[in-house]
Write a protein that binds this ligand. Structure first.
Ligand code: ATP
Ligand code: MG
Length: 389
């Protein structure tokens, strides 16, 4: 976009409107940020009760590839973004032919494919886990024994640890590939992880780039459980490496929008890149309460072509993910007790039914010191039935 789409302006007789493909919680928080700045919003998602559709000015309820739906989105919106990486790339190509789309279909296509993604990381000089692409039986038979024990991951459509099977032996590998319906996969060597971290950057169409501090992430059963962001959460040298790597990864594809890169920190202290998400990320939700700009505000700015300024974290923070497992049958978690704790900020996504593993919301905890934040976060976790960390 050459000229910014100014908040609150009128374009061709319509209020300046930003669109998003996908109506999940990330879309909802994007919509909230866009509306706070004065934009109108449109969401395309087939689900009548999608979290973002429920709060948007416009909700187009069609399939992602529906021509009429896409045409309606373009008619409404001056620029369009996406909130999940599995939006079909052809839909973004169609939209991109007529409207600014950020991130681009090309960038999303790389992030949609673990094999292409890893090749891009290697091109950027960032170490990846030893791995092999297994799209055909011959490739599966030819994998090196060094990759076992490993994790077989579908090349496409995986999230929250879905589409992944841990394998110890060749026999297990063959069985796992069958279980994954023989779709193209990547076999990754199981690495000894000491910790995990992630970095979120925002890059404008003019190449300007800003980043949030490095996030320390705890996963449980393949799903993010806790993110901690404060002094000492990630050793300074590794944090600097992770930021530099993320910037190189974004620069290398002329990325426009918000990008998250996830890393492993190995027992030996080495940093290895895991994967990237071409959108705001669960590990960046703390920014809503602990930084002077949230990751969603930066997504709005990159999409509208507005200036970016380096975000500043003003409070140490911990984020607890709230999964459906925490909902007692027919009742609510102990919100009143949790919100009685200082510096707790509740975000729920408007999902009416709680299922195990379903992301229902998150709780941000901010405070004056990392110790105070941690003490409060552990109290909140105990009240909610989240295992201590
Ligand atoms: P999401 O997109 O929700 O982040 P995903 O389904 O794409 O998740 P990954 O990030 O590939 O899954 O893996 C989920 C988790 O499994 C990682 O965060 C890590 O804890 C563990 N894991 C994945 N790959 C490896 C590996 N090679 N060695 C050790 N642990 C791993
Ligand atoms: Mg991941």
């Amino acid at each position: 976009m050459s000229k910014p789409l100014l908040p609150g302006s009128v374009v061709n007789g319509q209020p300046a409107t930003l669109g998003v493909m996908g109506g999940g919680q990330l879309g909802r928080m994007f919509v909230h940020a866009a509306q706070a700045m004065g934009y109108f919003t449109a969401v395309l998602d087939p689900d009548v009760a999608s979290p973002a559709g429920l709060v948007s000015h416009h909700h187009i309820q069609t399939d992602y590839l529906d021509e009429q739906g896409l045409a309606q989105l373009m008619q409404r919106c001056a620029a369009i973004t996406t909130e999940f990486e599995n939006v079909p790339a052809p839909a973004l190509v169609t939209l991109g032919a007529h409207r600014p789309v950020a991130p681009s279909a090309d960038a999303v296509a790389i992030a949609q494919d673990r094999a292409a993604e890893k090749a891009h990381f290697v091109n950027c000089g960032v170490p990846v886990a030893p791995h092999a692409v297994t799209a055909k039986p011959e490739q599966l038979a030819a994998v090196n024994d060094d990759l076992l024990p490993g994790i077989l991951k579908t090349a496409r459509m995986g999230y929250d640890g879905k589409g992944q099977i841990r394998v110890k032996t060749r026999a297990e590998l063959v069985a796992a590939w069958d279980q994954l319906k023989n779709v193209p996969c990547v076999l990754e060597k199981m690495l000894p992880l000491k910790a995990e971290c992630s970095v979120i950057v925002a890059r404008g169409a003019d190449g300007q780039m800003v980043n949030f501090p490095v996030q320390s992430n705890l996963h449980r059963e393949g799903i993010l459980a806790v993110t901690s962001v404060h002094e000492g959460a990630v050793p300074a040298d590794l944090a600097a490496q992770a930021v530099a790597a993320t910037r190189a990864i974004a620069e290398g594809i002329h990325y426009v929008g918000v990008l998250c890169v996830e890393f492993f920190i190995l027992e030996g202290g080495q940093l290895v890149v895991n994967e990237m998400a071409p959108r705001p990320h669960n590990s960046g939700h703390y920014t809503m309460n602990a930084c002077d700009q949230s990751q969603f505000e930066l997504q709005v700015r990159t999409l509208a072509g507005l200036p970016l300024t380096q975000p500043r974290q003003h409070s140490p923070a911990i984020m607890l993910n709230l999964l459906g497992d925490l909902w007692p049958e027919g009742a609510s978690p102990a919100w009143a007790q949790v919100l009685a704790l200082p510096g707790t900020h509740l975000h729920l996504y408007g999902k009416l039914s709680a299922r195990p593993g379903r992301k229902m919301g998150h709780l941000n905890i901010t405070g004056a010191t990392p110790e105070a934040v941690r003490a409060t976060a552990l109290q909140a976790a105990a009240l909610l039935g989240i295992e201590a960390f």
